[in-house]
Design a binder for this molecule. Structure first.
Ligand SMILES: Nc1nc2c(c(=O)[nH]1)N[C@H]1C(S)=C(S)[C@@H](COP(=O)(O)O)O[C@H]1N2
Ligand SMILES: [Mo]
Length: 246
């Protein structure tokens, strides 16, 4: 409990500083939104985009453990891993004006964000890691969200008990400044254990929302036709809550 209080206290101190940045960014992105589709999509969002605590390099966990799938053996994944993920593509599809498929080079060429955050898994462990990648918002802005879009579905390459892993978040989390498509952990390409070559970081949510081995990002109006209709693998098979905010 002592450690927890310390972390909460530290978080509050950091937030005071980070808020200013968040406000500036939100302000400038609203002013810069010339595209009317974007404007309509953004009006649906909760304006509060406070940042979660970020830590310093000395806080980074010496080992960021893997959980769930840690070495996918299904489909093309082993061949991609053997090729160093040189031919990996991330598809942006669904309710977007311009569906697209991005290579890792294209993803690395976008503006990048690096953040040191704490990951909390419902199974009772936490780890602090430094993640780098473009904001999901940058990619969604490139593709142009349709005003009907209400959720972003994350499609993954791995399977658990024969079912591909999937997750979903609302547009508020999708546009949050700390929601990134990470391709690096602690300054190196993502290890296979932690979701190589791409994984979601959605820092206001519990571990199972942070989809690894990303192959697709799909904008949808409803989650009814995704998997069992509850919005994610664990939501569908084990009744985990869809909104896993922390
Ligand atoms: N594709 C995919 N993403 C996933 C999982 C998984 O099994 N497959 N497990 C989830 C769970 S429960 C947690 S806690 C984190 C673990 O991330 P890590 O392996 O980097 O620790 O990934 C999440 N994302
Ligand atoms: Mo987890």
């Amino acid at each position: 409990m002592k450690r927890r209080n310390l972390l909460v206290g530290l978080g509050a101190t950091l937030l005071a500083g980070c808020d200013k940045i968040a406000n500036t960014k939100a302000g400038s992105s609203v002013l810069g939104a010339a595209d009317s589709l974007q404007m309509k999509a953004q009006r649906l969002l909760n304006p509060s985009q406070e940042l979660v605590p970020e830590f310093s390099p000395k806080d980074i966990s010496p080992f960021f453990r893997g959980n769930g799938s840690t070495d996918p053996t299904n489909g093309d994944y082993p061949a991609h891993a053997a090729a160093g993920f040189a031919n990996w593509q991330l598809d942006i599809r669904g309710l977007v004006a311009k569906p697209m498929s991005l290579s890792l080079d294209q993803i690395r060429a976008l503006p990048q964000r690096t953040q040191i955050t704490r990951h909390d898994c419902v199974e009772g462990w936490s780890a602090i890691g430094q993640w780098t990648g473009p904001q999901l918002k940058t990619i969604l802005d490139m593709a142009g969200l349709d005003p009907r879009a209400r959720y972003i579905v994350l499609r993954c390459a791995d399977e658990l008990r024969g079912t591909p892993y999937y997750e979903s978040i609302d547009l508020n989390d999708a546009h949050h400044p700390q929601t990134i498509i990470a391709h690096m952990l602690n300054g190196a390409p993502l290890p296979v254990r932690n979701g190589a070559p791409l994984r979601l970081r959605v820092e206001r949510q519990l571990g199972y929302k942070h989809a690894k081995y990303l192959t697709g990002i799909e904008a949808v109006e409803s989650l009814a036709n995704i998997g069992g209709g509850k919005g994610g693998y664990w939501e569908d098979v084990a009744g985990y809550q869809w909104y896993a905010g922390i």
